[in-house]
Design a protein around this ligand. Structure first.
Ligand code: NIG
Ligand code: FE
Length: 347
């Protein structure tokens, strides 16, 4: 970077991980680094010993030996919900499956019922407390999904709460519309009608109000088929919105192929994806978002196809999947540790 005589703020006195890999060093590690900021932008970063001569800064901060690294991005959360699923967790520990509970009207639908009954203030307060934990863990950008409303008013309320969190909390928020999470009770047995309503009416309305940054869908036999997802994603595309997919989490159900066909930002979970799915994601430039919290809490045994992801050069991200049913963890650092511990990822 160019030599500058002056910056607003300078940090010194600790290691800096730029995460720009250099040779054998995956961290871009500067053991004794310096970083200068003006106008909210990094204007210089390097070894402290190489700071340009005569450099001054209005504020100088001492890292005191602490590491400085880029802010973490938690790119898959269901942060805004009401109620508790602790009783469901006990049922699963006693042998009930996630699918059985969902088919009996529990699971995601239990959270839908509680979330519909909560007003915006209660949803905001609960979500802000969860978000504070994520921020304390190093998160500076978070993705937040709807999908616990599954009706017009509550889907909107979830997204409005997410937007307000982005305005009032020190974090960047990106929203995903997950109206295709499971089939709402009012549309039981008529999933296609709900999808048509989302595609033709609800999504365009929420998008027009600036509440939607991306569109997500849960592709799984007890949720939505690939063809449902495609109908919704065609509407997203017409609105210029990117998509992402909960894909191949519990079974190989076609979500990854849909993700690839729509050049999705991400395909998430992917435990049951096979080599050909991975090749399709690679060709589409889609990121694989792996969610070890849900894997752990569901007692899943099927490890995501890491070797294939690496072979095909698919970028891998980890996220918390923060949600009340399958991944109540408020820490992407813990998600990263679980990825290492459960699947053998490298730090
Ligand atoms: O990412 N898979 C669907 N959505 C969540 C689970 C949501 C829930 O069970 O409430 C997930 O694991
Ligand atoms: Fe999820």
């Amino acid at each position: 970077m160019s030599a500058l005589p002056y910056a607003e703020a300078l940090w010194l006195g600790g290691p800096i991980a730029t995460l720009a890999p250099a040779g054998d060093d995956p961290w871009g590690l500067l053991p004794d680094g310096a970083i200068a900021v003006s106008d909210g932008r990094i204007v210089w970063v390097g070894a402290a010993s190489e700071l340009p001569g005569g450099f001054t800064a209005a504020e100088v901060h001492d890292l005191g030996g602490r590491w400085l690294l880029p802010g973490l991005i938690d790119c898959h959360t269901h942060l805004v919900w009401a109620g508790s699923r602790v009783e469901e967790y006990e049922r699963r520990l006693a042998g009930a499956s996630y699918e059985d509970i969902a088919r009996a009207g529990g699971g995601i639908l239990a959270t839908v019922q509680a979330t519909r009954a909560a007003d915006a203030g209660a949803l905001y307060a609960a979500a802000a407390a969860r978000l504070a934990d994520l921020c304390a863990d190093g998160v500076t950008t978070v993705e937040i999904k709807s999908g616990y409303g599954l009706d017009v008013g509550t889907e909107r309320r979830q997204l409005e709460v997410a937007r307000r969190l982005g305005q009032e909390q020190p974090v960047n928020v990106y929203t995903s519309f997950l109206g295709a999470h499971v089939v709402p009770p009012e549309y039981s047995g008529r999933a296609g009608l709900w999808i048509a309503f989302l595609a033709d009416e609800l999504l365009p309305m929420l998008a027009a109000d600036g509440l939607v940054d991306a569109v997500d869908a849960y592709c799984e036999p007890f949720a939505y088929t690939p063809s449902h997802c495609e109908t919704l994603f065609a509407a997203a595309r017409a609105l210029g919105l990117p998509v992402r997919v909960h894909a191949e989490q519990r079974s190989r159900s076609g979500g990854a192929r849909v993700a690839a066909r729509f050049a999705a930002l991400s395909a998430d979970h992917l435990e049951y994806a096979d080599e050909s799915d991975i090749a399709a994601l690679a060709a589409a430039g889609t990121v694989a978002v792996l969610l070890p919290g849900a894997f752990l809490m569901l007692g899943e045994r099927q490890v995501p196809p890491l070797a294939a992801l690496r072979r095909h050069g698919v970028p891998i991200a980890l996220a918390s999947d923060l949600n009340p049913g399958t991944s109540p963890l408020r820490s992407p650092r813990l998600a990263a540790a679980l990825g290492c511990q459960l699947w053998g990822l490298t730090p």
